[in-house]
Design a protein around this ligand. Sequence first.
Ligand code: SF4
Length: 154
Amino acid sequence: MKQTDSPAREDRELSLSQRPIRLRAHHLLCLQAYRGRGYSPRFVLGMNRVSKALREDPRRMIEISSGCDDLCQNCPHRREGEDGRHVCRDDQKVLGFDRAVLELSGFSEGDTKPYQDVIFRLNTALTPDRLKEICGSCSWYETAACAEKICRSE
Ligand code: SF4
């Protein structure tokens, strides 16, 4: 069904209920480096809402996913896959990022935990070298200065 662009509908789609926020694993890194730039105005609006919710309530529950999440839903690169489920335009590449973050952190797809606990465990395992291995091929890695923002203490 074709979507309308009415502001009311857009607002409903972008709003966050009290359910756990669904985040694919590599977005746990993207969110930490995010400073208001993104793929489209709608994508930025969605990122702003999620990052604000997590900043205001770091105990907010998140569900770790592999595959499209609450940030992808506003992204112009999200596509409908052959089975009708949504996928990223660059699915193989970003699924590799997700796998690498899961492996590093020890979390599994479906884990549901407070955001601050997830970030603590992930960042404890993270080094600048590991970050570069995981994210070095991402177009944002240099332009968004991810290493400086995520590995501030190094
Ligand atoms: S659809 Fe792809 S490019 Fe867009 S936010 Fe999701 S993983 Fe990133």
